[in-house]
Design a protein around this ligand. Sequence first.
Ligand SMILES: Cc1cc2nc3c(=O)[nH]c(=O)nc-3n(C[C@H](O)[C@H](O)[C@H](O)COP(=O)(O)OP(=O)(O)OC[C@H]3O[C@@H](n4cnc5c(N)ncnc54)[C@H](O)[C@@H]3O)c2cc1C
Length: 391
Amino acid sequence: MRSEKAFREFAGDLEGAFVSIGSGKRPGRVAVIGAGVLGASVGWNLSRLGAEVVFIDALQPGEGVTSWSFAWVNASNKTVRRSYFALNVAGMAAHRELAAAIGPDSWWYPSGHLRWADDPTVEMKLLQTAELLARWDYRVEVFTGAEARRLEPALTMPSEAPVVFYPDEAWVHGRRLVGRLVGQAVASGAELRSGTAVCDIGTGSDGSVRTVALSDGTRLDVDVVVNAAGPSSADVAALVARQLPMRREPGVVTRIDCAQVPIGRVLHAPHIEIRPDGDASVVLHSREIDALIDKGEETSELARMLLASARNVVAELGNSRIAGTRIAHRPIPADGFPSVGAVPSVPGYYEAVSHSGITLGPVIGRLLAAEIVSGSRDALLADFRPERFPS
Ligand SMILES: Cc1cc2nc3c(=O)[nH]c(=O)nc-3n(C[C@H](O)[C@H](O)[C@H](O)COP(=O)(O)OP(=O)(O)OC[C@H]3O[C@@H](n4cnc5c(N)ncnc54)[C@H](O)[C@@H]3O)c2cc1C
């Protein structure tokens, strides 16, 4: 544990963004259950604030949904509620700040995002959304297909079609980001226990969190637990007799190998989403193909369909090889919004459960760590508190 003085200096370093340190109680030992993008972000921030952090993951860090995400950092797809949009805009800013703090290399790709349609109704909706976002001060430009092809010469698209460009959007290499955050936290004293699952959370006579039991037989004394177990969050919540209602929403993601990646940006083309995934790989996803998962289609067939759609937009992907495909479950609380913060009926128990976790990881990590350390509840999270699901 750091000394009180070091703790205050650390907290002061964090751009004064969120903590009223003096008022808070030291959090003691915090078990972060799940080292995906959410757990890694919370744990990294806690570690910077001087907490004693132990990451516990049933797999290896970043191998859950975070590694099988489309991983597009955006707020343009989050207009359903103004407060949710604001949280996602804060998520984008938090990524830029994180890239400055830990270095952007190998995980942060602020390339912008191009979106277009082949159906007049969908096209009108895209343009209406772009207008709305411009009114909300979100940077957006509308190109013709010919102009968009100057940015992305490999694309097949009609020259006159309107193409919406969001220059501040990005994609993230989730597994590498998690590796960086957990690695830095461990280098400054955090502990990592991977390949072992939390199977019990013990509470004291006052109902507060006291211990976690692991599947390898270990029992750890802790003061705080953070439930960042992604799609398994409801199971972890059940360990403190809490019902966290989750929505079932599987998605299929395919990685393809290509000798040269022919695109540089996140693309929402008709029927297919495509993004680079490093120097020799591209990731494909489609909501239309997701809809076939529950109809019993084979995973390999879903991957083949994704690749066929991608070839219609980027012909150069024609010779690519499917490297891997995964059906992953979005970690979405039942009403579609994040569940982040303390659960007052179980002192010491906190949740960090969210879809769009790639976009939101850094901001949720920062706000939740501040709440754990100082008790401060940030207004950005007001609509997303766990209390809306009564225990
Ligand atoms: C198809 C698809 C596309 C997506 N596209 C986007 C996108 O474009 N942009 C975006 O922002 N978001 C997107 N998301 C959502 C985003 O990927 C997730 O919100 C995010 O990755 C969740 O991170 P997490 O840390 O909560 O979960 P995970 O990465 O799954 O991490 C949870 C960890 O908890 C561990 N765990 C579970 N139970 C236990 C236990 N009992 N004990 C110990 N460890 C445990 C698991 O091993 C896992 O490593 C997408 C998701 C899907 C499925």
